[in-house]
Design a protein around this ligand. Structure first.
Ligand code: ZN
Length: 363
């Protein structure tokens, strides 16, 4: 099957011509004169999805995952990590035990456990009662409950190093976040094998001139991927520009979306807590930011809007996040790779979405 596209984004460059898919994989690209419609780009990979399309994933059943998945596809996401914030053990175990789940929608790559081993002083919207000091036995029980692909923890906590070693030994990517770590403590975690940072600048020690914290340590290290929520609220525009200037090519866009994303303003639930999405901004009690109502395609547009070349902005939503969780065949469009593809029109609107070569969204 040929997609009928004008060009494709392959290895960071735009190649004119059509793309052919055989048995769910890309068979060739650059076919013909490029008389088709739209630009084929790799499907988006979102590392942080708490909820979407009206569904809070921590309590979702198969039907909830199906509805969230359909709404995610509409925004170009073809693979994602359901993300569970700090919660009582029985709730996390129950949520993990529902995975893996095949809803026929975007690929579910395993869970992102954001907590519960995080800093008391950097909870954000996480419930204080569910936060835990590092506990290898508890971590072992969580990992036994279901597939975990990524874990966010605060590396400065006593015993966190042992957890990092355990996670890495299981092939799970470690992200530093919700943390009061100094730069020194952050560098120690990176040296130990932590390779990424959860929502850079949010819920961490602020960057100061002689105390740059995790944020400064991560920006200074070429081998660390920084995840950002580029919704115009979580980071000032200047901050986002500085992040890109320091870390172009190792920035991963995430949405940190909650149930209201892809659904509109209203009252929703995040992890049992009532939150309000108003004017596209999600807040919990006391006005604390509670994830976002951002979509991945908007995050790409926002990054491109900061004068970042389109191919790089697209890479931040596909190849970079896929690589950091150890799945280098995802997030790329190339021969023999899965045909997870988004077709964009000239206005960066989504025209079509394919998962494994199957058309799932047609504008
Ligand atoms: Zn968070």
């Amino acid at each position: 099957m040929k997609l009928g596209v004008e060009a494709a984004l392959v290895q960071g460059r735009i190649v004119p011509g059509d793309v052919e898919v055989v048995d769910g994989s890309i068979a060739s690209y650059g076919i013909g004169t490029g008389s088709g419609r739209g630009l084929a780009v790799p499907g988006f990979v979102d590392l942080q999805v708490n909820g979407f399309g009206g569904v809070d994933l921590i309590g979702a059943d198969a039907d909830g995952y199906r509805r969230a998945g359909e709404a995610l596809l509409e925004t170009g996401v073809t693979a994602y990590l359901p993300t569970f914030i700090s919660a009582p053990e029985d709730q996390l175990v129950a949520a993990l035990s529902r995975l893996p789940i095949d809803t026929g929608g975007p690929r579910i790559l395993g869970a992102h456990l954001e907590g519960p081993f995080i800093a008391k002083t950097r909870l954000g919207i996480h419930p204080a009662a569910a936060r835990r000091d590092p506990d290898a036995a508890l971590l072992g029980r969580l990992l036994a409950a279901g597939p975990v692909r990524l874990m966010t923890l605060a590396p400065e906590l006593e015993g966190a190093g042992e957890l990092i070693d355990l996670l890495l030994s299981r092939g799970i990517t470690v992200s530093c976040g919700h943390t009061d770590a100094t730069a020194e403590q952050a560098l120690e975690a990176f040296d130990r094998g932590a390779r990424t940072v959860t929502h850079l600048f949010n819920a961490m020690r602020p960057f100061r001139h002689r105390d740059p914290g995790l944020a400064g340590a991560a920006l200074s290290r070429g081998d660390v991927v920084v995840q950002i929520i580029l919704d115009g609220v979580h980071l000032a525009e200047e901050t986002a520009r500085v992040v890109w200037q320091s870390a172009a090519g190792r920035v991963a866009l995430v949405t940190d979306s909650v149930a209201g994303a892809g659904f509109g303003d209203g009252i929703y639930v995040l992890n049992g807590l009532e939150i309000e999405v108003r004017d596209g901004v999600a807040r919990g009690p006391g006005g604390v930011l509670a994830g976002s109502a951002l979509t991945m395609v908007d995050a790409v547009r926002n990054l491109h809007g900061l004068s970042v070349p389109l191919v790089d902005a697209l890479g931040a939503a596909s190849a970079v996040p896929a690589q950091v969780i150890g799945l280098p065949t995802l997030g790329r469009l190339d021969v023999d790779l899965p045909a997870d593809i988004v077709v964009l029109d000239d206005n960066l609107e989504i025209d079509r979405v394919f998962v494994g070569g199957e058309a799932r969204v047609v504008a």
